[in-house]
Design a protein around this ligand. Structure first.
Ligand code: AMP
Ligand code: GLY
Length: 427
């Protein structure tokens, strides 16, 4: 089978890498892919935009692609799945209607409220004045979120009413474009965060091992929010008992509510959770896709061939699939970024040390890289993700950083404390 992956990040490199381990996967085509996917054997990049639905469909039909796997939320929210399904192509990823669970925070919130899914108390506003009045009434701390897709930058956890007001004004003044024309104001939750990614065919839903991301740019969780600076799995924050509860109270009711609305959701449902100090899992957001960098920590531990899981979802046969099998051990992924990320950063700097880093046994996933005249150069804010698998988190973290220390490019930035929560938890 040929698999076409839409996207160009570390997540997509990890998906390609995992799919190529499957005996049935003959070739992977990444649209547009990155420097890492261009070097994998039996994998090639195709220079089309992720929103070029017509070009992607034409290629898939002519080349007999067995399944299209969509990495990022953008094309999903723009209806790539609907388009491909009209051409009778098989897709792993929800339709436009399903992708609203990520693309509109207010839509997701009403779905959660209707289905009784535990989440922060919230209200949505289409005007700054009413939003500000609500913030004044509620008081701080409080969370202000742009309703639409804002690449992880549309959320302000405000410590004061003034800060919340400024965030509301920025949103209505167009800081997030159309995504900020509506804001969701939300109660601030406190607790450990966890990412529970689950695969679903719209009827059955099965969680993957739970992960924890590190959203902030700075050490000890300070500074701006990013797409994610590192992840580890499985996180002990979500033990088996809590996972059962998340399955019953979050995942199953969400799929049932989507189904009830006539939404046939096939792909990943990613629940971003805060586990409150009394142990209640509350949803802070849903994503309609694999997490990045969670995927780079989760997939190296998956034993079941990924193509069978994806096919079972796309063909609505997930209930027939035997339970997912996981390798023993744990994984840690450290993101290597370009100085300045998540703000302005430079591109085009030569990268060295990848082979030596890989010789340590770690896996180097590429994110923002490309080949320029046969030289690998930086091409994005998050440049690489280095994953190490080991029996303990101490070892996995040490091995990931030992590999990271072989990597070089101008302006290289890493957080040195990936996994600090888990080390505290296990002591
Ligand atoms: P989101 O884009 O919704 O995942 O939000 C980005 C980050 O903001 C999350 O990972 C949390 O760290 C934080 N956040 C979002 N909503 C809340 C909330 N209600 N309470 C506390 N922190 C939140
Ligand atoms: N790592 C967070 C996300 O993928 O949204």
């Amino acid at each position: 089978m040929k698999v076409l992956i839409v996207g160009s990040g570390g997540r997509e490199h990890a998906l390609a890498w995992k799919l190529l381990q499957s005996a049935r996967v003959q070739e992977v085509i990444c649209v547009p892919g990155n420097g890492g996917t261009s070097r994998l054997s039996r994998c090639r990049n195709l220079a089309l935009g992720v929103n070029d639905f017509e070009g992607i469909a034409r290629f898939a039909l002519v080349n007999n692609v067995g399944i299209i796997v969509v990495g990022p939320e953008g094309p999903l929210a723009a209806g790539i799945t609907d388009y491909m399904r009209q051409q009778e192509l098989t897709v792993f990823g929800p339709t436009l209607a399903g992708a609203q669970i990520e693309a509109s925070k207010s839509w997701a919130k009403s779905l959660m409220q209707q289905a009784g899914i535990p989440t922060a108390k919230a209200a949505a506003f289409d005007e700054a004045e009413a939003a500000i009045a609500y913030v004044v009434e509620q008081g701080a701390p409080i969370v202000v979120k742009a309703d639409g897709l804002a690449a992880g930058k549309g959320v302000t956890v405000a410590e004061t009413v003034e800060e919340a007001k400024a965030a509301i004004e920025a949103a209505f003044n167009g800081e997030f474009g159309a995504a900020g024309k509506r804001v969701v104001i939300e109660e601030r939750l406190v607790g450990q965060e966890a990412s529970v990614l689950a695969v679903t065919d719209g009827l059955t839903i099965r969680p993957l091992i739970p992960a924890q991301d590190h959203k902030r740019i700075g050490e000890h969780d300070t500074g701006a929010n990013t797409g994610g600076m590192g992840a580890y799995a499985p996180t002990p924050v979500v033990n088996d008992g809590l996972m059962d509860r998340i399955q019953r109270e979050v995942l199953e009711p969400t799929i049932a509510a989507l189904h009830q609305q006539g939404i046939d959701y096939r792909g990943v449902l990613y629940a971003g959770l805060i586990i409150t100090p009394d142990g209640v899992p509350k949803v802070i957001e849903f994503n309609c896709r694999f997490g990045d960098p969670e995927t780079q920590a989760i997939l190296p531990l998956l034993e079941t061939p990924l193509d069978t899981v994806m096919m079972a979802c796309a063909q609505q046969k997930l209930s027939q699939l035997p339970p997912l099998v996981w390798k023993s051990g744990v994984a840690t992924c450290v993101v290597v970024a370009a100085e300045g990320y998540p703000g302005k950063h430079q591109k085009g700097h030569p990268i060295s040390g990848i082979q030596t880093a890989e010789e340590t046994g770690a896996i180097v996933f590429h994110a923002g890289t490309k080949l320029k005249h046969q030289q690998l150069v930086t091409d994005g804010g998050r440049v690489l993700g280095v994953t190490a698998v080991a029996e303990t988190f101490e070892e996995a973290i040490a091995r990931a950083y030992a590999a990271v220390d072989h990597l070089q490019f101008e302006g290289l930035y890493v957080r040195r404390d990936i996994g600090h929560h888990v080390l505290k938890l296990s002591h």
